[in-house]
Write a protein that binds this ligand. Sequence first.
Ligand SMILES: [Zn+2]
Ligand SMILES: [Zn+2]
Length: 183
Amino acid sequence: MTWNEYYMNIAIAVREKANCLGRKVGAILVKENRIISTGYNGTPEGMLNCTEGGCVRCKNREKYKNSIGYDVCICVHAEQNAILSAARFGISIENSTAYTTMRPCFDCSKALLQAKVKALYYLHDWSHPVPELQTQYALIQKQFPGGVKKINMTDPRSHWANQTASKKESSLPPAIKIKSKKL
Ligand SMILES: [Zn+2]
Ligand SMILES: [Zn+2]
């Protein structure tokens, strides 16, 4: 297993706690080969979980389509949570590398860029539905000195992570089956 795959597997594990009716995302920040922060998406501490109806935008996805209305969404993105945890504990993320299970959105890309995160690795692609904004998005992503790269590996929980509740399947993740080996 390469280091990139190793870290992406950890971001996938972090994603397990995501509680959002939208796509589930996990993110970690790595510096000098050490994980310095992690985050998954969901409502702020102390507020009702998104999966329990805590976020007006997430529960009205017909009105607030994909990539629209981020400013009124109370769900904190995984990358934002990783940045904010580092801020809370006073950890510099300058020159760190972000591993995220989904390509960072517009807002997260600019936050990561301005915090001087040097490179991004993602598992699932994301693009903005409005062409001119997609062009701008590409410009932001071009600014990362270490680049923005996709890691090609299989995601065993892709279906759960990438379905949104508007598809009206189950909004609750299926239980994770962990095979335990008898010692
Ligand atoms: Zn949500
Ligand atoms: Zn985001």
